[in-house]
Ligand binder design. Structure first.
Ligand SMILES: [Fe+2]
Length: 361
């Protein structure tokens, strides 16, 4: 059992709702202290405090097992838009307080990510700060995936004024891309065998496939476009996947150079083990493509799918297409829904103009 004590200032006698990592928890109030006896995850934790009664509360300290989080309390924020604050008011009744366990690790992590002198100003105006949320997934998933979804050993900071093109510190960027998800879904479902019987097997699946373990539902990657010694090779007939190729031509017509394109298939109760793709680091074909260089186009993703970037959190796929940085950020995903889902991945060599067009479309 761990002990969290939050000290506050208030004019009146406030009352709160408190949750830890999205789960409501019990607490006691003793004069100006909120006392929580609860087990705390290793790594990052997110405490959410909502003011139910009272006009204004100012948080002044948080200790975990007697160790103060000192200035990192200034990472506390309210949402929409994320704004640094240690005040809980009627206008902004919910405050999120990130902290870590053990506190010594947390203080070191914060010192690495945020310059000391910035505390006390609105950190969320200067930085995009990403915190992974902890979720518990079914024990039918491998322990590796359970732990990957549960723990967050860090958080991620990107300076807002950094460019998008070739920015290795940016995990993803939302783009405005028109695509007919329903038609693509129908097309992929009716060609599911074609998508499975592809020459390409992701490295992480090769051993398992060789073993032919029938209990392992692996994800499939149908590599549709790739190149071999500067020659572009197309694996499928356009008439078999007309909507997919329409999307490819739409992207090419924007002057974007495609290096490879694939369709990933993940069945219910299946997963993609955490990994990083290091295309641009290894191969001359991919030279000059660091950063968010891959289209991520979700097709048929129902609720209870999770695509997590290490230290960053869950990609909000329900909002549509993104450019993602799969090379610099480890990522893994599960399908805990009842429907097969697909992802179109298109890896490109972008220019500044391409990026501006995709964001402004
Ligand atoms: Fe990947």
């Amino acid at each position: 059992m761990d002990k969290i004590i939050i000290t506050f200032d208030a004019e009146d006698t406030p009352n709160f709702d408190i949750s830890l990592n999205s789960k409501p928890i019990n607490f006691q109030i003793d004069s100006n202290n909120i006392i929580i006896d609860h087990s705390v995850l290793f790594g990052l934790n997110l405490l959410e405090i909502t003011l139910l009664q009272g006009s204004e509360v100012i948080l002044t300290d948080l200790t975990l097992n007697g160790v103060s989080n000192r200035q990192t309390l200034y990472l506390s924020y309210y949402e929409n838009p994320d704004t640094s604050s240690t005040w809980i008011t009627e206008q902004h009744p919910t405050l999120v307080v990130p902290f870590g366990n053990p506190m010594s690790w947390w203080l070191a992590e914060c010192a690495k990510k945020i310059p000391n002198t910035y505390y006390g100003s609105n950190l969320y105006e200067k930085f995009d700060i990403f915190y992974g949320r902890s979720i518990s997934i079914d024990e039918t998933f491998p322990r590796l995936l359970q732990d990957f979804m549960k723990y967050n050993f860090g958080f991620h900071v990107n300076e807002k004024n950094n460019e998008i093109l070739h920015n290795k510190s940016l995990p993803w960027v939302k783009i405005n891309l028109e695509y007919d998800e329903q038609r693509l879904l129908e097309e992929f479902l009716s060609n599911i065998e074609l998508l499975e019987n592809n020459y390409y097997t992701p490295k992480q699946n090769r051993y398992a496939k060789h073993k032919k373990d029938p209990d392992l539902a692996l994800w499939e990657v149908a590599m549709a476009i790739h190149s071999d010694q500067d020659k572009s090779i197309i694996e499928f007939q356009e008439q078999d996947l007309p909507h997919f190729f329409k999307l490819i031509h739409q992207i090419e017509s924007m002057g974007i150079e495609i290096i490879h394109a694939f369709i990933g298939t993940v069945y219910p109760n299946s997963y993609v083990a955490p990994h990083a793709d290091d295309f641009y680091k290894n191969s001359s074909q991919y030279e000059g493509t660091p950063g968010c260089s891959q289209f991520f186009i979700p097709v048929g993703w129902k609720d209870n799918n999770y695509f997590k970037f290490d230290n960053v959190g869950f990609l909000p796929y329900e909002q549509g297409a993104y450019l993602v940085n799969n090379s610099d950020f480890m990522h893994g995903s599960i399908n805990n829904s009842d429907a097969v889902r697909f992802t179109i991945g298109i890896y490109c060599r972008f220019t500044e103009e391409n990026i501006q067009t995709l964001i402004a479309l």
